[in-house]
Design a protein around this ligand. Structure first.
Ligand code: KG4
Ligand code: ZN
Length: 332
């Protein structure tokens, strides 16, 4: 069973081929144009997807050494994401499936981030908890089987990736700032500056307050010393990263205690963060968790994870009609 999968939810155009559950290729074209504007410009993203989609799909098929005639299904990201960007992948997948007379499979982007854990070994055992952290989401998901997932905690305002990127902007770092905070933090002292942690009941998160306190802190310090940011960049980044990771891990610890689950995974763009990867490993050793961290290439947006989710949907006979629109049937 061979599936071609397409991801186009934000600023990465990606295509992957999976054969009998094994990834054969994964091509990602990152849209660099957004760096000029300090964030993703939706209309430019749609246009760039249109430019990239054909060469990216061709390369994915070539790398996998298959032709269109070998395909049994075409999968695409149905959402969440930017509507115009999703439309490019959705229309392309629908047209190709119609032309080839093969099945069409719609995939939930966040479910795919979780299922990225089934690309390589070791794979988590069910049930497991997955901290799913990206530019638009911050969730703790209880996963009972590949297609049975329940969100047991989530952010009530900003996502943690957004907190990384917006704070990076205050530090005059280019978009996307998350990876740059990570890079600078490697040389800094994470305990140099302390920030008050948000109080949020249950397993939910909040990042808007902490973002504001980073802003007030930086404004106050630069009033006293205009060179404060440049002189202390590494320590500032390390302290901010440490604070954000601390918020995530406190809730994850609580979720593990409440559910009795100690198979713990992280997924999504922010799971590429070295502070989070290191801290969750240390916490896992302390609490006897089995911790699962995806390879870097499967943390940020990619079509391999869409292909993996599509593989399970194909096995379950869960196909989608040609009439589906992006963002339709957004439930997990
Ligand atoms: O999953 P993803 O590629 O796209 C969405 O679905 O949103 O996640 C993108 C987010 C951005 O906010 C980006 O800054 C963040 O992941 N990110 C990081 C790192 N790499 C990517 N944040 C902190 N440290 C990193 N190393
Ligand atoms: Zn994503």
């Amino acid at each position: 069973m061979i599936i071609l999968a397409i991801e186009s939810s934000c600023d990465e155009t990606s295509a992957a081929v999976i054969a009998n559950g094994q990834i054969q290729s994964n091509v990602v074209a990152t849209q660099l144009i957004h760096t000029l504007y300090g964030g993703v410009v939706p209309e430019l993203a749609s246009r760039a997807h249109q430019q990239h989609i054909l060469p990216v799909v061709d390369q994915a098929l070539n790398d996998a050494k298959v032709t269109k005639k070998d395909l049994d299904a075409i999968a695409f990201t149905k959402g969440p994401g930017l509507l115009g960007a999703l439309l490019v992948g959705t229309s392309f997948a629908k047209a190709l499936a119609l032309g080839l007379k093969v099945q069409l499979i719609d995939v939930h982007h966040m479910q795919a981030h979780v299922l990225a854990h089934f690309i390589d070994d070791p794979k988590p055992a069910f049930p497991f908890l997955c901290l799913t952290v990206s530019g638009g989401h911050t969730q703790i998901v209880r996963v009972d089987s590949p297609l049975e997932m329940k969100i047991i905690g989530e952010t009530r305002d900003d996502a943690v990736g957004e907190a990384f990127d917006k704070t990076a902007k205050l530090l005059d770092l280019p978009y996307p700032g998350g990876p740059l905070i990570d890079k600078n933090a490697a040389h800094g002292d994470p305990y140099k500056y302390a920030f008050p942690l948000p109080e949020m009941p249950g397993l939910d998160f909040s990042f808007s307050g902490i973002k504001t306190s980073f802003m007030y802190f930086l404004q106050k310090q630069t009033r006293e010393n205009p060179l404060f940011i440049t002189e202390n960049m590494d320590d500032i980044c390390a302290s901010i990263q440490h604070t954000l990771v601390d918020i995530l891990l406190k809730k994850l610890k609580k979720a593990s205690r409440e559910t009795g689950i100690s198979e713990i995974a992280i997924a999504g763009g922010v799971s590429a963060n070295s502070g989070l990867r290191q801290s969750i490993k240390e916490l896992g050793d302390k609490l006897s968790w089995n911790v699962y961290i995806p390879a870097f290439e499967y943390c940020t947006d990619n079509a391999a994870m869409i292909a993996m989710a599509a593989h399970y949907k194909y096995l379950a006979g869960d196909f989608c009609p040609q009439t589906v629109s992006p963002m339709a049937r957004m439930e997990f």
